[in-house]
Structure formats: C-alpha cells, structure tokens
Design a protein around this ligand. Structure first.
Ligand SMILES: NC(=O)c1ccc[n+]([C@@H]2O[C@H](COP(=O)([O-])OP(=O)(O)OC[C@H]3O[C@@H](n4cnc5c(N)ncnc54)[C@H](O)[C@@H]3O)[C@@H](O)[C@H]2O)c1
Ligand SMILES: [Zn+2]
Length: 382
C-alpha cells in the first residue's frame, strides 16, 4: 500500500449517513482553514469554542484567528483538562456558557480538544435548545481516529462512564494532524492502540502496513495522515452500517470488554490510560480466542508483538502497581465486565478473532471459560 500524498494535500473521508452525512477532513495545518470552511458551511452563524486548558495553551489563539479572519463571531469556553470535566457539573458550566454566549438554533458549537471535550461539547450541543449543530476539531490521536467520528456524545455518571448521553452527529470534522505534535507521547501511544484496532478487527493489509510504517505516524510524516484517514474510513463504514450499535458497530469494542474491566480495576486513573487498557484488552481477546481454538497462537503473538514494539503495554504485569490484590482476582474482573453497559442482561458478549483482520461478535460466551482464562493470566502462567 502506498501513501499517495504530498504534505500540502488533505484527505476527505465521507461519513455516509443520509441527511446526517458529513465530511472528515484530515491534513497538516488545517486549523487555519477552519474559519473559511465554517463560513461556507453555515454563513452568518455565531460560534462558541469549547476546549480545555491544555489545548487552549497550544491551539486556541490559532483557532480564534482563523474564525476572525473569516468574519465569524466567536466566544471561548475553557474547561479543566481531564475526565472530571465530563460530569454533570461540567455540562452545566458549558451549557450555561453557551446560553450566555447567545448560541441559538442556527449557530455552531466547536469542540476543540480530545475525546473529553468532544464528548462534553457534543452532548451540550445535543441538548442546548433541543439541539444545535457542532463541529469537531479533534486534537488527540484518539479523538482524530475514534471519538470525533460516529456521533456518540455524553458525560459520566458517578455510577459509571458514559452512562448519560446522546447520539448527535457533528456537521464537520477537521482533523489537523499537526495538532498532535504537542500531544504528550504517552497520550499519543494510547491513541495508537485504537489505530491498530482497526487493522486487527477488519483489515490485515492495514495491520501489515502499520507493522512496517508505524514510526512515521509517531514522527509526523505522511504516514500519519494515511493512518488517520484509514482509521476514520474504517469507523465511518461501520457507523454507516449501524449508527446506533444494534449490530456491527459492536466490532469497534474489540479489546474493550477486558480493557474496561482493567480501567475500572485501576480506578480510571493515570495508572492505565484508555488506549493502554485497549492494548492489553486486545491481546487478551486474541489470546482468549486462541485458547478457544479460533485463531492461531502465532497470530495472537503477532498482535502483541506489534503493540509492544510501539511501547504499549500488552500484558497484565505491565500495569502500574500490578498485583493480584491491586487488580483484583478473576472474580472481581468478571464482576467489572458484567457492569459494562455493553453487556445485555448478564450475557457476556465478546469481540473475538478468527484471524488478524477478522473479528467476530460472539454472544453468550461461557463465563466459566473467561474466568479460568483470567485466572491463568493473573497467575502469570500463560
Ligand atoms: N464518543 C466516542 O465515540 C468516544 C470514543 C472513544 C473515546 N471516547 C471518550 O474520549 C475520552 C478520551 O479521549 P482522549 O484520550 O482524547 O482524552 P482527553 O480529551 O482527556 O485528552 C488527553 C489529554 O491530552 C490533552 N490534549 C489533547 N490534545 C492535545 C494537544 N494537541 N496538545 C496537548 N495536549 C493535548 C488533554 O488536555 C488531556 O490532558 C474519554 O472520555 C472516552 O470516554 C469517546
Ligand atoms: Zn476505545
């Protein structure tokens, strides 16, 4: 596979959702064109930029300058960085600020930031005046390849992550890949787990390309745009088939059932970023598939080898503070998995693998098999 790109080119991925269809535009230094694109899309609209303090430091001035140049009125709403802002209190702050900024039905909310800002601002837009449109300007790798695409928005409840939310598709996504130059390396790596996920779940050719070209994604060569566009295309295709996750969209949860249990066991803390949990979870899903005879052991090892090569954790022992007590035993992890909102009426659904590039939704997995597998893993014996 080649990368048919000059640095000045941008790539447009179309999300084919009928009257809710929109473009994802991917390229270096796109932020400067945001104002012109918005002016063309929604002439005369006012805008409000929702962002967090980290992103504001690096990218807010540039965003405002681009809007000003296009003659677009805007105001800024800066929340604290981190998952804590995806809360009822954070939603209240943003909603009240949007009302104070006089954002009305034909205006636009701009989410400038990672997945936290995208989910929070998107949800605020979904419910403000019963729904105003919004534009995603994702600035983390995870947001560029995953959270800004597909229209899931929401906040956390004290009882669990992402339990309050709405489907609300953006009207435009602008992924400026140079924004990733200021992203902390560990955050970048964590986002890479979701990129690799698209190869593992449905595209062996892309996975092989990643094995050969991952370095360029990290350094910011043209491989970065190609990887982000390929990821967005993969997600867009699945979302177009199944917008509300009644079927195929669940494939995107590869690695997430195990991963969420590990995130919960580590208290959703700095000990394990989401993408890191997904990396360990994907390897567990592959190894569990191998233990069921669904996929060759060598394929499971190939997945682990690639994730380890970019510096992601691939087994339980690499999670900070890992001990049987620290993470809990197999029964605790089983209980945490059962709380996952993707679990339906107590039945365990896993995304398992038949090959690198071929994931399958497997319902009614025998809990005893999962428990035994986890026991073995926790004991470090396999
Ligand atoms: N809606 C969806 O479909 C979907 C999918 C996956 C994840 N999510 C959600 O996304 C969130 C995680 O997203 P995330 O990993 O982007 O986390 P995040 O938004 O917290 O960003 C990670 C950190 O990087 C900082 N940051 C972001 N961009 C930066 C930049 N360009 N330069 C410097 N610092 C930057 C942020 O301030 C933050 O500290 C979770 O809340 C998760 O639930 C949503
Ligand atoms: Zn994820």
């Amino acid at each position: 596979m080649t990368v048919p790109l000059k640095h000045s080119d941008s790539i447009t991925v179309d999300v084919a959702l009928g009257e809710r269809a929109y473009d994802i535009v991917i390229g270096r230094d796109l932020l400067g064109s945001l104002g012109a694109r918005i002016a063309a899309l929604r002439p005369g609209a006012r805008t409000a930029i929702v962002t967090d303090r980290n992103v504001a430091k690096h990218w807010l001035d540039k965003t405002e300058a681009s809007l000003a140049q296009a003659g677009i009125a805007t105001s800024r709403i800066v929340v604290e960085e981190g998952e804590g802002s995806k809360s009822y209190a954070g939603l209240e702050r943003v909603s009240e600020a949007l009302i104070a900024a006089k954002i009305e039905r034909n205006d636009l909310v701009i989410a400038l930031g990672g997945g936290v800002v995208g989910d929070l601002a998107g949800f605020a837009a979904a419910i403000l005046r019963r729904g105003v449109d919004f534009v995603q300007v994702p600035t983390s790798l995870l947001a560029q390849v995953d959270s800004s695409v597909g229209g899931k928005t929401g906040i956390n409840s004290p009882q669990g992550k992402n339990l309050v939310g709405a489907f609300h598709q953006p009207v435009l996504v602008i992924a400026d890949t140079s924004a990733l130059d200021t992203l902390p390396p560990r955050q970048f790596r964590a986002g890479y787990a979701e990129v690799a996920k698209y190869g593992v779940l449905g595209d062996e050719t892309f996975f092989a390309w990643l094995e050969a070209n991952h370095a360029g994604i990290f350094t910011g060569g043209m491989a970065r745009e190609h990887a982000i566009a390929t990821s967005c295309r993969a997600k867009a295709a699945i979302v177009a088939r199944d917008e509300r996750e009644t079927g195929d969209r669940a494939l995107l949860n590869l690695g997430h059932t195990f991963g969420h249990a590990l995130e919960a066991a580590t208290g959703f803390s700095e000990r394990l970023f989401h993408g890191e949990g997904v990396a360990v979870g994907m390897v567990l899903a592959a190894e569990f598939s191998a233990s069921l005879g669904m996929i060759a052991q060598a394929d499971a090892e190939r997945i682990a080898r690639h994730l380890a090569e970019v510096g992601l954790p691939t087994h339980l022992g690499e999670i900070a503070g890992f001990t049987q007590e620290g993470l809990g035993d197999a029964d605790r992890l089983m209980a945490l998995m059962a709380q996952d909102k993707k679990v339906r009426r107590g039945r365990l659904t896993f995304i398992l693998l038949e090959a690198v590039g071929r994931a399958v939704i497997t319902r009614d997995v025998e809990p005893a098999l999962v428990r035994d597998f986890l026991k073995l893993k926790l004991a470090g014996r396999a």
